[in-house]
Design a protein around this ligand. Structure first.
Ligand code: 4NP
Length: 163
């Protein structure tokens, strides 16, 4: 099972999402069968770069080291290789689906609604914000990661993989 977290630049939200999802998966002992990666719909701007230092600091504050991640652009092949493409916001979902090979569009979902997190459709982009904005994004990503892991732990595959 491979999960891919997607945002715009792959330097703020999706690296934090990859980090916390990986950490929650390891904590639940699911890391032998669930892999996590991240990518950006416009990853070419920042490709090869590490995450934004503010994202690294935010994750570190929560005990997660994301400093070794490197940004990359989302590719059509990701739809073949990943079971679920967890998009941070509506724009990311639209741009991701535009890349999907025919018939695989539904593998991309909007992560927060998919996880049933109330109150927000998308993870707000903290890039032009401050430390508090990173914390807000982190809290939403962690909530979504915890639900995702619960669904995987129950092996509740009914509906986890879009038809
Ligand atoms: P991300 O944030 O999509 O969460 O990685 C952004 C990163 C870079 C830019 C915008 C958002 N940018 O405009 O360069």
């Amino acid at each position: 099972m491979k999960l891919l977290v997607v945002c715009l630049g792959n330097i703020c939200r999706s690296p934090m999402g990859e980090g916390i999802l990986q950490a929650r998966i390891a904590e639940a002992g699911l890391d032998s069968w669930v892999q996590v990666d991240s990518a950006g719909t416009s990853g070419h701007w920042h490709a090869g770069r590490g995450p934004d230092p503010r994202a690294v600091a935010c994750a570190r504050g929560h005990g997660v080291d994301i400093s070794a991640q490197r940004a990359r652009q989302l590719l059509a092949e990701d739809f073949e290789e990943c079971d679920l493409i967890l998009c941070a916001d509506d724009d990311n979902l639209r741009d991701a689906r535009a890349l999907a090979p025919a018939g695989l569009e539904a593998r991309a979902v909007l992560w927060l609604p998919w996880a049933g997190i109330d109150g927000a459709d998308g993870v707000p982009d903290p890039y032009y914000g401050d430390v508090r904005d990173f914390e807000t994004s982190w809290a939403l990503l962690d909530a979504a990661a915890q639900v995702t892991v619960r669904r995987l732990s129950r092996r509740d595959d009914s509906g986890i993989i879009p038809a």
